[in-house]
Ligand binder design. Structure first.
Ligand SMILES: [Zn+2]
Ligand SMILES: [Zn+2]
Length: 387
């Protein structure tokens, strides 16, 4: 049984000594193995993982390696468990932890910064200067589960208490896995200025972050909110999440459409979630003078940018990473208060044992998959109907 020294457990939540965990071998090669259940240290808890969503960044990591950084290098063949958008139940407490209780349901954000660098001290812990320096004699205390430390495609994981977000019983496991995605959208809008009530916002790209970007912008009072994309079914979900206008860029020029909808003025903010090669230039022509563009996605190749246009028009460009400044807590508040229904983007649930199938659904967008969730205790072998 699991009884590490200094760790508090509870008879109602027995923890086994070992667990099932998926590990990354060569690129795109996952194997289900037994691993010891990890041990929480000071300011950490052990989370029993109840559900984990697959993110496009997981697919990126498993294929290319970056932005994961394990022991200072690529994550392949290092017994590394990916997965970062998970939720679960607190199962054990590290020494001194009284902020959370065993049995409490939580969802997680990803980055536990080192807490001592300049950016962490500013609340920008997703831009921690000690990113990935958490092994051997370079242990700076930074953790980003699923990126620089083991993640959530397993049964248990250790989390710093700063990465936990308490959730109400009215929120399902599947919905709780989406808090971090909404948190990323929230962080982007916060970095753009935050007070977007009455301001015009364009969201480019109806992926999970773009769709929840629409929902969060609308919940913050932005008006109008315009969503652009290539697929009508995704744009329709955007409408249901609050988009005032949707533009299918296969049918209409996105810049002209945004200019038309805003009476020629352009929008005040652009949330770029498409990663399309020309997105920065398009965003620069949608936004009005002095406007702000948040980059939450990126193309793989280097792209030319019309810098002169940005400079002449005093346009601000923000790159954002993850969900800093406790944005997940604000996202969770919106979701638990039912300001928007994030469940609209959850499409499939599989058992943890069926992770490779779940990944195939997410990668190939089989059956219009958007957010695919894996559950440790779901019935094996078959997908469960989405909520
Ligand atoms: Zn993610
Ligand atoms: Zn730091």
């Amino acid at each position: 049984m699991y009884a590490p020294a200094g760790v508090k457990t509870h008879a109602d939540f027995p923890v086994p000594a070992t667990m099932k965990a998926w590990v990354l071998g060569d690129p795109d090669e996952l194997t289900l193995v037994d691993k010891p259940v990890p041990v929480p240290r000071r300011a950490e808890v052990l989370v029993r993982i109840d559900a984990v969503a697959i993110c496009a960044t997981d697919l990126e990591i498993m294929h290319y390696g970056s932005p994961a950084l394990i022991q200072g290098g690529p994550p392949f063949n290092k017994n590394f468990t990916p997965g970062h958008e998970y939720m679960g139940t607190v199962a054990a407490l590290g020494p001194g932890v009284d902020e959370y209780a065993i049995g409490q349901r939580v969802t997680v954000e990803i980055h536990a910064g080192c807490g001592q660098c300049k950016r962490c001290r500013e609340g920008m812990y997703t831009a921690c200067h000690n990113y990935g320096l958490n092994y051997g004699d370079v242990d700076k205390g930074h953790r980003a589960n699923g990126f620089t430390t083991d993640g959530g495609f397993c049964e248990y994981q250790v989390n710093n208490i700063n990465t936990l977000v308490a959730i109400p019983d009215t929120m399902s496991d599947e919905e709780a896995t989406l808090v971090v995605t909404a948190g990323t959208a929230m962080y982007g809008l916060t970095e753009l200025g935050g007070l977007v009530a009455g301001e015009a916002v364009a969201v480019l790209g109806p992926g999970p972050i773009g769709l929840l970007g629409v929902a969060v912008a609308k919940a913050l009072g932005a008006s109008p909110v315009i969503l652009t994309g290539t697929r009508d079914n995704r744009l329709q979900i955007g409408r249901e999440l609050g988009a005032d206008h949707v533009v299918n860029v296969r049918k209409e020029n996105a810049v002209e459409a945004v200019r038309r909808i805003t009476g020629g003025k352009g929008v005040d903010y652009v949330l770029e979630c498409s990663g399309a090669a020309d997105a920065v230039n398009e965003a620069g022509r949608m936004v009005n003078r002095g406007g702000r563009i948040c980059l939450a996605a990126f193309p793989h190749e280097q792209v030319p940018v019309d810098v002169a246009h940005l400079v002449r028009n005093n346009i601000y460009l923000y790159g954002i990473r993850g969900e800093g400044k406790s944005a997940t807590h604000r996202a969770e508040a919106f979701m638990s208060q039912k300001r928007f229904d994030a469940r609209r983007i959850h499409t499939h649930t599989f058992a943890l044992a069926d992770l490779p199938t779940a990944i195939r659904y997410a990668r190939e967008r089989i059956d219009d998959a958007i957010k695919v969730v894996v559950k440790a205790r779901a019935a094996a072998a078959h997908k469960v109907a989405a909520e």
